[in-house]
Design a protein around this ligand. Structure first.
Ligand code: SAH
Length: 360
């Protein structure tokens, strides 16, 4: 940028070197991302403008969200309001304002969310670390109405207890919602769900399975998953606290067999430098998982690393299949749920990969 005449957090007009208007953008004086494009048109980014974008986002959700009281209503750039996240959990909304401008627009955004969606409460989950890069403080507070410690809402016919104040992200991994339902279609017999968090995959698959074993390293996640299980009266799932790497290794060595294995680890590649180590991690768990599958069994394997492309993920899993001496077909190549849209021109927004594979 040649010159800046804009206040931090303002909506600035952008001009090229010859003074031609390029559009309007959110301006940040702290972040490496100093401008975030909002519109190419010479129009004010005011209440009416934001109202239109919120309504358009909601309209799209009506089309693509089925059978769920829980979904992402606004997904930043992909809904034309960069750095704004709004998730719906039944009667409640959770908001994240991740740049200076959407922080400054918070009062009008809250007003609009109340007017358009009539939530019982709105919580700001403004505790992500990226806020610090914007010079914004981390905080969690109720912005409208009231938000209880726990909210119960249903996702694909299963009730979940959400801790909006403290749960990961805004309370759940909403990006996996459609994959929970997709994976359940292939469920049968004995299933192993590694990295199970609150039981999204395990509980969705339970109805079609004989038995599901689910493991997570976090004691809190296991406790939450068990409560979700009881709430739904599901009996054939066992959640336990364990390291998935160890469990997979042990079952491989003991020749235990499963009809389906689900792998949904946290992002192993947090940045470009960690790609090689991440590759080894993904290879290890996918290799073990393929080895413990019965013939005809399914592997549901995910990677949510932004820095690892789908092509590379497919290659890693292919190498695992070769090493495991398994013939594998790709049944589905999936991604994040449609309420987390991918921007065509920003490949990094395609961050979640979910492959459904079948071992011959
Ligand atoms: N499958 C879940 C989301 C999983 S998020 C869903 O669809 O909702 C990743 C989970 O992996 C977290 O709950 C984290 O506690 C867990 N985790 C991280 N490292 C682990 C490990 N080595 N073994 C088992 N669980 C682990």
């Amino acid at each position: 940028m040649r010159s800046v005449e804009a206040a931090p957090g303002s909506v600035a007009s952008l001009f090229d070197e010859r003074g031609r208007f390029l559009g309007r953008a959110f301006y940040s004086d702290r972040s490496q991302i100093s401008v975030r494009m909002v519109t190419n048109e010479d129009v004010p980014v005011d209440r009416a403008f934001l109202r239109k974008r919120l309504l358009s986002a909601a309209e799209f959700r009506k089309r693509v969200v089925k059978d769920s009281e829980v979904f992402r209503l606004i997904y930043g750039e992909a809904d034309g309001i960069p750095s704004l996240i709004v998730d719906r959990y039944g009667d409640y909304l959770v908001m994240q304002n991740l740049c200076q401008s959407v922080e400054r627009l918070k009062p009008v955004l809250v007003e609009l969310l109340v007017e358009l969606f009539e939530p019982v409460g709105i919580l700001e989950r403004n505790d992500p670390k990226v806020r610090l890069l914007e010079g914004l403080e981390q905080r969690v507070s109720v912005l409208h109405g009231s938000v209880p410690e726990e909210v119960v809402a249903s996702e694909g016919g299963i009730q979940f207890i959400y801790d909006l104040h403290r749960g990961q992200k805004t309370g759940a991994f909403l990006d996996q919602r459609e994959n929970h339902a997709a994976a359940a279609e292939y469920a049968s017999g004995e299933i192993l769900d590694c990295f199970s968090y609150h039981g999204g995959f395990a509980l969705s698959a339970a109805a079609r399975a004989t038995r599901v074993e689910a493991v997570d390293l976090s004691a809190a996640a296991v406790t939450a998953a068990r409560r979700n299980q009881r709430l739904n009266g599901i009996e054939n799932v066992t959640f336990r606290e364990a390291n998935s790497f160890n469990v997979l290794k042990q079952y491989d060595e003991e020749d235990r067999r499963f009809d389906a294995v689900i792998l949904d680890p946290p992002a192993f590649a947090k940045n470009r430098d960690s790609i090689p180590a991440a590759q080894r991690g993904y290879k290890e768990i996918n290799l073990r998982a393929l080895k413990i599958l019965r013939p005809g069994g399914y592997l549901v394997t995910c990677s949510c690393s932004h820095h690892l492309s789908e092509a590379l993920f497919l290659q890693i899993v292919a190498e695992a299949a070769i090493d495991a001496r398994r013939n594998v077909v790709v049944v589905e190549r999936r991604t994040q749920s449609r309420d987390h849209p991918i921007l065509l021109t920003v490949p990094e927004t395609h961050y979640l990969k979910c492959l459904i594979l079948r071992v011959l």
